[in-house]
Structures are given as structure tokens and as C-alpha cells.
Design a protein around this ligand. Structure first.
Ligand code: PAF
Length: 272
């Protein structure tokens, strides 16, 4: 992969890169389509990164479908798919991790203490292997995107980071590989996330900007679904992720819940 990247760079070609953990859905395909527009060459990586899963998380059951992913990649005009083994990235004796100080101490970082350290470590490796000019990440993992942007700034990676809008099912559910775990009867509960966000946007449009009031209403909506355990409801600054007391300018509202152990996240921008 590195030799390929060097050769492309020597011939003056640019590379766009979409890192994924596979089980590709329309959200991933939207990233590939953006990548296709942004550079001459498009690389996809598929790697279920063990260092970003906690000991009690779903590493072993994480959905995988390599052949189907390769078919989809081909249809989208991907030029190369990088599918490393665990050993290739974390060889015997591996001991280097990339970790941010502040941004991981919010939102998902609080209940997933190793998650972002694993993400920034593997993304650094992938950037050094694929050597892209531009890399595309989904806004569904808003905190991940903020962290990657910060890391790229701090470590001076010469890579443009592009964020891509959340892609939703017709009923509003944000696309996620983990949606594969959802049973039909869980659907109404799963839809409560996008309903909360929609309702919060409406509250702000109607002039209700107090973060506590918006949060209380969200909790109210979730309370109709006893099978949902709220991990967090955060109304915060979209760059620092520090909580705000009222929605004054462009503000992030981010949610994470567990629905019978299935972790679901979603977010929206609130704008008065
Ligand atoms: O968003 C994901 O799928 C993963 O966190 C990423 C960026 C591919 C790193 O493993």
C-alpha cells in the first residue's frame, strides 16, 4: 500500500481515503461518492480495529461481510481496498498509541474509555500506510470527526479531513452497521433518537433555547421506552464539546443510548 501510494504521488495523482470497519451501508457509500469527487484515486480500508473495543464490547460479534463489501466497493469505483490483518497493524511487541487529552473526555469517551485512543491510533497508522491527500468521515460519529480534525491539526498531517452528513433510513433511523443487531420489534424504540433530535430542533425554532428544558423533554420521550437506557444527552459546543447552558449559536445535540445492549448514537446541529 505504501509503495502504491508513493508511485501514485510520483505520477502527480491525488488519493482520497475512506477508512471503515466494513459491513458497508448507504452511509459508507456516501463517503465513497464524496471521495470519488475529491481525488484521482479512491482507497477504502476495512478493518475491525481491536484496540477501539473495550473488554465487554462487541468485537467478536461485530457484523462482517467482506465479499458483499468488496462488491459494493467495486460498484462505487473504488480503486483499492485495504484489508489488513490484526497482525499487520499490531505486530508482536506493538506499543505505540495516539491519545488526545481533552476531546475524548466527553460524550462517548466517558462510557468507552479506550475507544478514541484506539481510533486515533489506527487512523494514524492507516494515514501513514495509505498516504491520502483527503480522508472522509461521517458526521454520525461527530466526536470521532472532531477528534480526527484535532489530531490532524496537532500532528501536522498534510491531509484534508472532510465530514459527510448523516444518512438516514426512510423512517429517520441513522444508518449504522450496528443496526444489523436490531430486531423488528425494537424499531419504535430505535426511532426515538431521531424523534428526540427532531423535537429538539423544533423547540429551538420555537424559541426554547434552555439546554435543561430541551434535555428534560428528551428524557420524557425516552421514558416511553423502558428498554432504552440513556447513556448521555449532550447539548454542547460543536468544537470543544463542552456543555452549554443555552443554545445561542451553532450547537451540537448528541445522544447515546443502549437498547437491549445495542449501542445507538445520533446527533444534530441546533441553530436558533
Ligand atoms: O468509524 C469507523 O468505522 C472507525 O472508528 C474507523 C474510523 C474506521 C477507525 O477504526
Amino acid at each position: 500500500m505504501q509503495a502504491r501510494a508513493d508511485q501514485l504521488r510520483r505520477s502527480g495523482k491525488t488519493t482520497a481515503f475512506v477508512p471503515t470497519m466494513g459491513y458497508l451501508h448507504e452511509g459508507h457509500l456516501s463517503l465513497l461518492r464524496i471521495g470519488k469527487q475529491k481525488a484521482d484515486d479512491l482507497v477504502l480500508s476495512i478493518f475491525v480495529n481491536p484496540t477501539q473495543f473495550g473488554p465487554n464490547e462487541d468485537l467478536s460479534s461485530y457484523p462482517r461481510s467482506l465479499q458483499d463489501d468488496l462488491d459494493k466497493a467495486e460498484k462505487e469505483g473504488v480503486d483499492a481496498v485495504f484489508v489488513p490483518t490484526d497482525q499487520a497493524l499490531y505486530q508482536e511487541g506493538y506499543q505505540t498509541y495516539v491519545q488526545l487529552e481533552k476531546l475524548p473526555q466527553h460524550l462517548c469517551g466517558l462510557s468507552r474509555p479506550v475507544f478514541f485512543r484506539g481510533v486515533t491510533t489506527v487512523v494514524t497508522q492507516l494515514f501513514n500506510i495509505v498516504k491520502p491527500h483527503v480522508a472522509i468521515f461521517g458526521e454520525k460519529d461527530f466526536q470521532q470527526l472532531a477528534i480526527i480534525r484535532q489530531m490532524v491539526r496537532d500532528l501536522k498531517f498534510a491531509i484534508e479531513i472532510v465530514g459527510a452528513p448523516i444518512v438516514r433510513e426512510a423512517d429517520g433511523l441513522a444508518m449504522s452497521s450496528r443496526n444489523a443487531y436490531l430486531k423488528e420489534y425494537m424499531r419504535p424504540a430505535a426511532l426515538s433518537l431521531s424523534q428526540v433530535l427532531q423535537n429538539s430542533r423544533k423547540m429551538v425554532q420555537d424559541g426554547i433555547v434552555d439546554a435543561q428544558l430541551i434535555t428534560d423533554r428528551a428524557l420524557d420521550i425516552f421514558s416511553a421506552f423502558p428498554e432504552i437506557k440513556v447513556d448521555y444527552i449532550s447539548i454542547c459546543d460543536p468544537e470543544s464539546l463542552d456543555p452549554v447552558e443555552s443554545v445561542e449559536g451553532r450547537t451540537l445535540m448528541a445522544l447515546a443510548v443502549a437498547l437491549e445492549k445495542i449501542r445507538l448514537i445520533d446527533n444534530t446541529i441546533l441553530q436558533p
